[in-house]
Design a protein. Structure first.
Length: 109
């Protein structure tokens, strides 16, 4: 698996609605996420900043999702909650992994 992480910015006061929509994520969107090759997505918040971590099967997984019809519909719903850059894209920043530590702690009974 390839690990990917990035940040996004919410508009002021948008966290509750952003969270509600994700708690009620559409089953067809989850199916598209899986088809695109995204195994996990985890989002953390420090309002207004979101930190998104994902595990993907290949480098093109996110591009496949972002260019799907269902994601276009999801983006319309989520757009009012997100900050956008001057070029019209969601205000996001991709992060580079610089450290990872794995142990066997989860294997212990």
């Amino acid at each position: 698996m390839i690990r990917r992480a990035f940040t996004m910015r919410l508009k002021p006061g948008a966290l509750a609605e952003y969270t509600r929509n994700h708690n009620e994520i559409w089953p067809e969107l989850v199916e598209e996420i899986e088809r695109s090759g995204i195994a996990t997505i985890t989002t953390f918040e420090q309002d207004p900043v979101l930190f998104l971590f994902s595990e993907i099967t290949d480098e093109a997984a996110w591009d496949r999702l972002w260019h799907s019809e269902i994601h276009d519909r999801w983006a319309e719903v989520m757009g009012p909650f997100m900050e956008f850059r001057e070029d019209g894209l969601v205000d996001f920043g991709e992060l580079r992994e610089i450290f990872r530590c794995e142990t066997r702690a989860g294997e212990k009974g």
